[in-house]
Each structure stands twice: as C-alpha cells, then as structure tokens.
Design a binder for this molecule. Sequence first.
Ligand code: BG6
Length: 517
Amino acid sequence: MKRESSGSRMELLYPDSNTFKVDVPSPCCLVIFGASGDLARRKLVPSLYRLNKNKTLPDKFFVLGVGRTEMSIDTFRESLKLGVKEAFPRDFDETSWSEFVVKLQYSIVDYSIMETYVRSVKERLVQLEEEYNTGGSRIFYLAIPPTQFRSVITNLGETGLAKEEKGYTHIIIEKPFGRDLETAQELNRFIEKYFAEHQVFRIDHYLAKETVQNILMFRFANSIFEPLWNRRYIDSIQITATETLGVEKRAGYYEEAGIIRDMFQNHMLQLLALTAMEPPVAFEDEWVRVEKYKVFRSIRPIPLGRLDEHLVVAQYGKGIISGEEVPGYREETGVSNDSITPTYSAMRLFIDNWRWNGVPFYLRSGKRLHRKMTEIAVRFRAVPHLMFSKIMSDDIEPNSLVFKLQPDEGISLTFQTKSPSSRMSLNPVSMQFSYQKDVLLDAYEWALLDCMFGDQTLYWSQDGVEATWALLTPVLKMLEATLSPEQIPTYPSGSDGPKEAALLLKRDGRTWRPLGV
Ligand code: BG6
C-alpha cells in the first residue's frame, strides 16, 4: 500500500487492482419480468453486459426478457443496447456487445393470465435451455411494480416454475417488500406458498455496494477498532444518504412511499445494522443475517407521544440545484398539490443492548439536497480531561471515523496534531484511505453474481424485513393520521435540509456533519 503525504493529509491509496478476482458461476439463465422497463434497461442489462465482457458470467447463459409490450427481438435488443451505452459509456464496445446480444431473448406475457406463462415462459425456457445448454438452473427477477408481484408469483407457482428440478430456482424481488408490517407479511405468505426461503433473494442494492460490504471487513478484520466500538468510546453515530435528484418520473410510486419507506425501511437501517451488529459466527449469509436481525430487534421503539424528539419529516420546495432552478415537490408532475409525502427525514434512534446503550444513532436522508453523499460517521468521545485547558481557549474536536460510501469512496480518520511552529495549538488532520475511482463491480453486478452462487449475504431475510417494518409502521401510521399539508415543514431544493433537523441534534448538544461542498 502506497502512502502519500500532502500537507496535513496522509493518503493511503489502494494497491494495484490486478489482484482482483471473482469466481464464475455455473451455467444458468435469468428471466427478467418487466424486461421492457426502466430497471432492466438502466441497471440489470448493463450489469450483465459488463459481467459478460469481463468473463464473469458463465459461457452457457441466456436472458429471457419477459414483458407485456409487443416488440420484435431486434427492437428489444436495440433498446437495451442504448441502455448499456448510457450506463457504461466507457465500457461499451461493439465486439463485446455482439458477443453478449445473442444471449438476449424476449417473450410477451400477460402477467395475469396463467396460460401465457406456460407458452411464453415454461415451454420457451425448456427450448432455450436446450439451445444454450444451460442445464436447469433458473433465476426469476421481478423488475415489475409491486402491484404485480402477487399474480406473477402465483402464476410461477401454479405452473410449476418455482420448483427446483434440474438445478436451482431463485427468485429476486425488488423493494418495496410491502408498505407496512401487515402487507409485508401478506406478500411473504404468497412467496412462501411456492418458494422456500433459500430460493428468495430480496434485493437491497445498497448492501451490494463495494464500500458498504467493506464495513464488515473493516470492523472484523482489524483488531484496533473493535475494542473501541461501543458506548464507552463512541459518542454518537451519524448515517447520511442525501441526493440532489428529485422524484423524477417516479411520482406514482413515490407519492405512496415517501422517504421513510423508500430509504429508511431498507438502505438506512441496513447501514445502521452493519455498523452496530455483533461479529457473526462466520462470514456466511445465515450468520450475518442473524446478527443484523438482532440489531433491528434491539432498536428502541420510537415513542409516538414524543415523536418530535426523534423524528423530523419535510418536503422539498423549489430552489436551485447545480445552478438550475428546480420545482418544489408539490409542483412535480404526478404529485398532488396538497401532498403530505415526506421527501426528507431525520431520525434519532437508540439500540437497547449492552454495546450501544445510550449512544444516539442519527439518520438523515432526503431528496433535492445540495449534495449527493452517503456516509457513516462515527464520533468518538472527547478526551476525559483536557490538560491543555490553561493554554487553549477552545475545546478540541473529538476523533471521528467516517466511512464514505459515495462519492469519493473511502475511509477517513481524524485526529489532533500539534500545529507546526506554534507553542500550543492543535490542528485536526485526517488520514484517508481512498478506493480507486472506478469501483470494480457495481452493486447490481455483485447482487446478480451472488444470486447465481446462492449466497444471500447481500439480501434481506424476511425476519429482517418484518423487524424493520415493525419499528416503522406505527410511526408511519401516526404521521399519516396527523400530518396536514400546511403543517409539513419544507426546505429549499439545494439546501442542507429543514431547520427542524438541526434542532433534533441541538437538543442533544450536537450538530450534523456538513454535507460538504
Ligand atoms: C433507491 C430509491 O432504492 O435508492 C431511490 O428508491 C433512491 O429513491 C436510490 O434515489 C438511491 O440509490 P443510490 O445508489 O443512488 O444512492
């Protein structure tokens, strides 16, 4: 590892990337429901293209795109080609595309009519499996709106497609997994009627981000931090995921979801669990998921009678993002002009266990803020006695350790040093580890590969889904029953968020970390 020094910053740069290797899964096929949709075009197929280009997909492999839209195979392939070019412009080349495109097939299915599954999925798969010699391992990816989950799952089950006969059968489900505890349990009842838990892969693309996976390695492969990782040495933890984007073309979904369902029930609480969990018995899916579940179960229920001490929600108003004027949430296409859907939330949570008792976890996430940034900042306690107090007027900044998840992925540790040439003046400096600019596998590439290997570490367990909904459902119900369009705070687009969020921490004598420049 190379060490560079520049002024007061020390940089630990990541070593040569050539050492990077991933295994290649055994032959299989991927059936994408919703193949003419946005997710397939922007994320799934570009990821598969890159995996294929980098020889990390099995040679014997094909994709059967399934959709309701009538189109020829050429139109289907052409629209995906554009998607790949947009997603990975630097990775696109015609030779790799021509090697990949022959693996893309398309079938039209009416999701609610079982006979079409027999003809367009079941029989087609048998024929394609023979043609591509993939054996019988199949992955079904539901890249469709949640309103269609039920009929697709039922029809897959009733036509016998959920069975594992000549290989594995996995199903990947995109969030939202329900919209509250009850609907999440109901959805699961449908799934478990046809699929066993080992077949079900509930995707959370945050978990598959390289830097998120690194949290566990950092915590459990280094001995110097874990002894400090508890209430004795840690003052508080801040988890931030902010975006500059607004609701874009997803108002239909977002109006029903809002920030708590869209970001907290899944990504934010997963980040919290990775930060707070105990070491698992082994780095294996079942053990990691057990430890995360224990964290979810230990989060203290948010007291509904004192919601304002624990929760802030707000909506973006109009403002300026990157020099451009942007509309407020209620002016966006598809959003009702008296919507109470929050686009920002800040939460103050506590974990009731021996390790974390009394340590606040502050979580915040929002759309249309002035910077896209995801990080976990661990703030250590101040020194117990300030022996410099006679010669220094200010308190000194305690140490902090920050996992920068995006952008500028890396880890930084700040500490105090004596300022050169001064009698007694301290200066906070940071030691930085930076991931290389280009992360080698993106989140969907990791997630797809892991599903092919049958590894559920990066996926949600149903227990986890239910525990997080159990925490948030009462809060959501309370908000929906009490918020009024006049009451919900707003924040200007391009700002750091609502002033109410600052008050949440001020009460505890703390402040949010700046969102940076
Ligand atoms: C998705 C949410 O899960 O995550 C989106 O539905 C959000 O609303 C996105 O924009 C953020 O993901 P990322 O990877 O861009 O931080």
